[in-house]
Design a protein around this ligand. Structure first.
Ligand code: C5P
Length: 233
């Protein structure tokens, strides 16, 4: 898949999401469906958006014993998502089982990426809550390397970590990066932010953009600006 902008559709209902997507006319942006929408609407919302011609990143961040994750991934694979994810903290056996579950009878499967450490996790949380004494950046790189060894396609990380992840895991290992803002837009609750142009320069393969597009006065224009700056198209 080519570099692209993924719109985080963090809406409370399917109806709100579909009305939002209709504004794009004949364009079909890549969309991210997260827990909020999936738990509110169920799997049908994935099929519905897929049927309309969008690519889908299903951001459900699975983390359980290998057998349970394998069975759950089998279900998700049948929904037609293009990209799904899990927590690398579940370990290599869990990630390998997930890949098995995702692989369809014809050998095809959605891309699978791992969350290394959530961007809401600080060095202090790592040490005091999780009893992990290593530097946060090293934990991110080590988890990314584990994901690579398990056969995954990439990780979710900060654009600021994309270069180091590519160095450790190879240029072909995908970096999917949230935390995108324009210098002239609000940061909201994101702290370590970069612009689409900077994310491209840092080597991100996909950027995940929510509020700068969904809450813009003109979301289609905001999306086009993002695509243009990130992909150069
Ligand atoms: O609105 P905003 O652009 O901040 O949305 C970013 C999206 O990426 C949200 O759906 C958020 O949950 C998700 N995300 C993130 N940081 C991570 C993982 C996912 O911001 N580390």
């Amino acid at each position: 898949m080519n570099k692209d902008v993924i719109i985080a559709c963090d809406f409370q209902s399917g109806e709100e999401t579909l009305v939002f997507l209709e504004r794009f006319g004949d364009d079909r942006p890549f969309v991210k469906i997260g827990m909020e929408l999936f738990y509110a609407q169920g799997p049908d919302i994935v099929r519905e958006i897929k049927d309309r011609g969008h690519k889908i990143f299903l951001d459900l961040k699975l983390h359980d014993i290998p057998n349970t994750v394998k069975s759950a991934m089998k279900r998700l694979s049948g929904l037609g998502a293009d990209l799904v994810n899990l927590h690398a903290a579940g370990g290599r056996a869990m990630m390998e089982a997930a890949l098995e579950g995702l692989t369809r009878a014809d050998g095809s499967r959605p891309l699978l990426i791992a969350v290394t450490q959530l961007t809401s996790t600080s060095q202090q949380t790592l040490e005091e809550d999780l009893l992990i004494r290593e530097k946060l950046e090293e934990v991110v790189l080590s988890y990314a390397h584990n994901a690579k060894l398990a056969g995954l396609d990439g990780v979710v990380c900060s654009p600021l970590e994309a270069g180091a992840v590519h160095e450790r895991c190879g240029q072909g290992f995908l970096t999917v990066t949230p935390g995108i803002r324009y210098p002239d837009s609000k940061g909201d609750d994101q702290h370590r932010v970069t612009t689409p142009e900077k994310a491209r320069a840092l080597g991100s393969d996909f950027i995940v953009v929510g509020r700068p597009i969904t809450r813009a006065m003109d979301p289609v224009k905001a999306w086009r600006r993002c695509v243009n700056e990130f992909t150069g198209k």
